[in-house]
Design a binder for this molecule. Sequence first.
Ligand SMILES: [Zn+2]
Length: 135
Amino acid sequence: MSEKNQNKKNAVFSMLKTALLCQCPKCKHSTMFKKDFLVFDLEDQCTNCGLDLSRSDAADGPAVFLIFVLGFLLVPVALTVEMKIGWPIWLHLAVWGGIGLAMTLWSLKPIKALAIALQYKFRESDWDENPPPRA
Ligand SMILES: [Zn+2]
């Protein structure tokens, strides 16, 4: 593998690690999210480097991504269980609803952090101190 490809691979792994740990995309030290349990809001700025996190624009992207991925993973498994075992409806709702809720709560912050890290890397103009006026 060439050195250029190795550097790209390292950059991707670094970005994924930053997202998984919900760290600031600029300084990679502090966490970006407010500390409260089940709160997915960002801090106004990074406590370490002062990056203005209010400029991030993840919007509904992480939630939509999760809807597609979890739907793709859970629905075929639920259908297979129904065809092979034939659980009652209440058990399907309890099991798949619980698994879906747990996976959503576990993965929403890292996916949101990944969206912000991608925005930070590929849309640098969003993070300018003096952004040009929008038309
Ligand atoms: Zn920072």
